[in-house]
Design a protein around this ligand. Structure first.
Ligand code: DGY
Length: 348
């Protein structure tokens, strides 16, 4: 699909993206916009090299694509200097290779913070109250009357939520769980989240002033403390060498037998084979996963586990957010092409 065929700068989007604002922004700045409409969900390096062609000023790409040497050198050969991932995470992008070929890289933080945190909260609640199992039970026609034991789950109020990685999304999730459900908070991050701490302190004061039991919070000195103390643990670190398989057989064994584990970050943060074993051995342990180690696949056995809720990497999938991500990605590429600052540059 081509917009503004006579535009001076050729910008390629490897996928159609929601909304039209991003297209209009590019057109207004004299870009010819080419959108790949191939049916194939995940494009190979060869597919993208073909899209880049002989002349290309910038590309908006997706987290499913492998943006390394091969693509950045092809983009450079085509005269391109700008690339943006339509995602906040950029573990699929070799920033060093981009720097080597003089291609600026952008990502899309901010607009997806609350949307992603809302999905982590939804998975936490769904796991705690066994929503998916109960829904399947109803649809199977198995409900034959109210029973005291039917789908008994956990009350979150007064339990402890553990957050591993308290950046933008982790902090937003923590605030939702503390304020929305009056959970106590324990978090682990290499950096101190002062805004989060101020928020929880003020909220605890507020509860006290109304005569309610105040929530408590603690910044853990080690991840271990979170694993041992939290009833619900949500993972929000970036994926890199230090966080690959952060959750493994050993770290899983330190969690409470009835804990809930939620992952809306990146799949490889969890050793999924070890997780399946753990779910089998601990039927009261529950997990809510938005991301998987080998997307789009799940490790054998995961789909059969009643104590797992699985959704297809939809944490940022709200209309407002996806349109915002597309717009930021376009702004990043435009910035470099037109000589404005790149809206969001992971190098900064
Ligand atoms: C991201 O932005 O990194 C998410 O995984 C998709 O929104």
């Amino acid at each position: 699909e081509v917009w503004n065929p006579n535009g001076k700068y050729r910008v390629v989007s490897t996928k159609p993206m929601p909304g039209t604002r991003w297209i209009n922004l590019l057109i207004e700045q004299d870009c010819r916009v080419e959108i790949c409409t191939q049916k194939k969900t995940i494009l190979s390096v060869e597919d993208i090299i073909a899209l880049i062609g002989d002349k290309c000023d910038g590309v908006i790409g997706q987290l499913t694509e492998d943006w390394g040497e091969a693509l950045f050198s092809a983009l450079r050969r085509a005269g391109g200097t700008a690339f943006s991932n339509m995602a906040v995470g950029y573990n699929n992008v070799d920033v060093k290779a981009a720097n080597k070929y003089g291609v600026a890289v952008g990502n899309t933080p901010g607009v997806l913070t609350e949307t992603t945190a809302e999905l982590a909260a939804s998975l936490s609640l769904s796991a705690a109250r066994r929503i998916v199992e109960a829904d399947e039970f109803m649809r199977a026609g198995l409900y034959d009357g109210w029973l005291p034991h039917l789908f008994v789950g956990n009350l979150l109020k007064g339990q402890t939520v553990g957050v591993i990685g308290a950046g933008r999304i982790g902090s937003a999730y923590a605030r939702m769980m503390v304020e929305g459900f009056k959970m106590n908070l324990i978090y682990y991050d290499l950096y101190q989240s002062t805004r989060l701490e101020k928020f929880v302190t003020a909220y605890a004061e507020f509860l006290k002033s109304t005569g309610e039991k105040p929530v408590t919070w603690k910044r853990a000195a080690s991840m271990d403390e979170v694993l041992r103390e939290a009833d619900v643990i949500s993972l929000h670190p970036v994926l890199d060498k230090t966080t690959f398989h952060l959750i493994n057989k050993e770290t899983l064994s330190r969690m409470k037998k009835e804990a809930i584990l939620v992952n809306c970050s990146r799949g490889p943060v969890i050793d999924e084979v070890a997780l399946v074993e753990h779910l089998k051995e601990n039927p009261m342990f529950r997990v809510g996963l938005d991301v998987f180690e080998d997307e789009p696949y799940m490790k054998p056995g995961l789909a059969d586990m009643k104590n797992a809720i699985v959704v297809p990497h939809i944490a940022s999938a709200s209309k407002w957010t996806r349109e915002g991500m597309a717009t930021l990605a376009a702004l990043n590429v435009l910035g470099k092409i037109k000589g404005y600052p790149v809206w969001s540059d992971p190098n900064r």
